[in-house]
Design a protein around this ligand. Structure first.
Ligand code: GDP
Length: 304
């Protein structure tokens, strides 16, 4: 069964890692959000792409969910000593990725080609695609004014209240090479348990239409995010955060929806939206959790 997954960083990478344990590498394509990308210290940084790649390559830091395992921090601490910005923690090994990516982008290579080459170098057999080769930059409209995504997310620790989002460059951003084919050839599209507002919405806006069955996994468990600001964003936008709110967010696309056991009572209102549900444990704490959830999700997709 061919699956094309739509993914952000941390939640997306965990889900995709689980899927990789069950399906052949040629049957798994991941379309990754690039709205979180930014230019910092002269480097182009693609946090979600790197999190997905490091995870599939077995290079990720398991505790933080982002960055590399066995990382050192010499460069960033010396940048700080010189008065430079240290708020975005870039590890030494990670910086190598950004240096080489930035060099290639400046030489005119598309991000999708660079990502393909990096995946080959890291021994990743699955296909990882940025949503677009054109730069898209998520802007967060907050009570403290409009902030670039990483300024809001990392520097301001998601503190300013969110009012809306804008995806700079999205109107002219075409899907990257390979994205449309992956969407057409898939037996199903899986929306990973990623942030609907800032990880999945940018991808959906770039790809515009999907003609295959879509299944999503809720990133909200018991009304809360596992990590990050998704639930806080829902609340600040005036929507009660819940697995139901996420299902409503994706409603027009969904054939199936996976929600956590603690949210079992929400299955009925989701079914009433015309969406089939799978209730299972969706918290991925261990590697075994990732694989077990993926197995359940694949079984559910086959049953639709
Ligand atoms: P980011 O771009 O690094 O913020 O990553 P994502 O958008 O992919 O992931 C963030 C979302 O993943 C948050 O809304 C979390 O609630 C969700 N998430 C993280 N870990 C898990 C998990 O183990 N299970 C589920 N269901 N959601 C998770």
């Amino acid at each position: 069964m061919k699956i094309t997954a739509l993914a952000g960083g941390v939640g997306g990478a965990k889900m995709v890692h689980g899927l990789a344990a069950h399906i052949a590498p040629t049957d798994l394509t991941v379309i990754v959000n690039t709205g979180d990308d930014f230019e910092h210290l002269g480097l182009t940084i693609c946090p979600d792409l790197d999190t997905v790649c490091y995870t599939l390559a077995g290079l990720a830091n398991f505790e933080t969910g982002w960055g590399r395992a066995n990382e050192t921090w010499n460069v960033i601490s010396n940048v700080e000593k010189l008065g430079g910005a240290g708020w975005f923690r870039l590890g030494d090994q990670d910086i190598a990725t950004h240096l080489e990516r930035t060099r290639r982008l400046k030489a005119g290579q598309p991000l999708s080609q660079i990502t393909k080459d990096f995946c080959q170098a890291w021994g990743i057999p699955q296909t990882i695609l940025p949503m677009s080769d054109a730069p898209v930059r998520t802007m967060v409209n907050t009570e403290a004014g409009e902030l670039a995504f990483q300024e809001y997310f990392v520097h301001r620790r998601c503190e300013p209240k969110v009012k809306s989002f804008r995806f700079d460059g999205i109107a002219s951003a075409e899907p990257a090479s390979g994205v449309q084919e992956a969407l057409h050839q898939a037996d199903a599209i899986l929306i990973c348990p990623s942030n609907p507002w800032v990880s999945i919405d940018p991808i959906l806006k770039v790809i515009k239409t999907i003609n295959r069955p879509v299944v999503a996994v809720s990133p909200i468990i018991g009304g809360q995010s596992v990590k990050g600001p998704a639930a806080k964003m829902y609340a600040e936008l005036g929507i009660e955060p819940s697995a139901l709110a996420v299902a409503q967010h994706y409603q027009r696309l969904l054939s199936g929806y996976v929600l956590d056991t603690v949210d079992a009572k929400l299955a009925q209102p989701i079914n009433e939206l015309g969406v089939k549900t799978l209730i299972t444990n969706t918290l991925m704490t261990s590697l075994a959790d990732r694989a077990r959830l993926a197995e359940d999700v694949l079984h559910f997709i086959r049953s639709l």
